[in-house]
Design a protein around this ligand. Sequence first.
Ligand code: NAI
Ligand code: MG
Length: 355
Amino acid sequence: MGQPRHRIAVIPGDGIGQEVTPVALAVVDAVARRAGITIEPVTHPWGCDYYRDTGRMMAADALDRLRDSDAIFLGAIGHPSVPDHVSVWELILPIRQRFEQYVNLRPMRLMPGVSGPLANVPAADIDMICLRENSEGEYAGVGGRVHRGTPDETAVQTGVFTRRGIERIVRYACEVARSRPRRLLASATKSNALQHSMVLWDDVVDEVAAEYPDVTVRKYHVDALAARMVTHPRTIDVIVASNLFGDILTDLGAAVSGSLGVAPGANLNPERRHPSMFEPIHGSAPDIAGRGIANPIGAIWAGALMLDHLGHRDLHDRVVTAIERVLADGRVRTPDLGGQATTADVGRAVVDALS
Ligand code: NAI
Ligand code: MG
């Protein structure tokens, strides 16, 4: 038996995705190498540049080429020259949907030494994790647009909620809640206004919660939950949310954790029938792209989540501890966290802090 090897399909994508991805992979490679594990990245040039050259966001056989990888690492997708509904719908959503990555796991923590916009909140008070439903809901792509260009033009975008889809994300969230000390689960609902989809959501939450008597499940309307994440973040542990609600709540969670640049995400196929995909939650940040100042910590942390998924919980912990050391030390930080360091400086500091 040789040492473990993992084939990683890498899509750096656009803007700062191209800047943070190599830094994150360098950290993943450094920590793996020390443990005798080989990471074999296979990089794909897909994204908005590829679209300008070929009229496609990915190669025609992209999904087949990704299928055999042990995991997919994505930087960010999006460029001002390509409409976002094209770039997102032709690259990110097909991967999430085809590979049944129905769990979108997003930790939100105020790291030691980082001052969030909530003054005087200690790091221990912001430690949330969101399980976002990642395959249906408002991003199912069902709907249409008629009478284009006329005064009667109409668009319908339908939310798709299935018992099976809700049940599997809520069960996954209950498992995550059970694995954490506080065992608290907040369900983001809006059943007062969305009387079909969110009432089904609530019903299924009740049914699944009954199987987890050791987990305390509370329902919050999504707007109230958003406010609570700011006013009482300490009361939030694990969140389960629909696709749209989870998308919004996790940008908020990242913001109260100091910066969008710090937050990671994992798109998981828990049954492991298909590869899972790991990415920072931020986009391509055209406003700072090309300047080498993007914060790579979200991407590095996403790399840690990938190592965990590949069976290396110890390496995940080592990378997260290294991130904590660099942030707590405070000398090497990108401008979004008030520092002057570059993307590469932060990457080197995290590698140095691995030991
Ligand atoms: P964004 O996340 O790219 O940027 C929002 C703000 O946060 C900007 O001011 C940006 O400079 C800052 N920021 C983001 N990441 C940062 C980092 N690592 N370090 C320092 N500052 C950082 O979101 P925006 O502007 O809404 O979208 C830009 C493009 O990215 C669009 O084309 C959008 O569709 C795409 N996008 C792609 C995503 C993905 O690939 N998963 C997710 C979100 C947006
Ligand atoms: Mg988002």
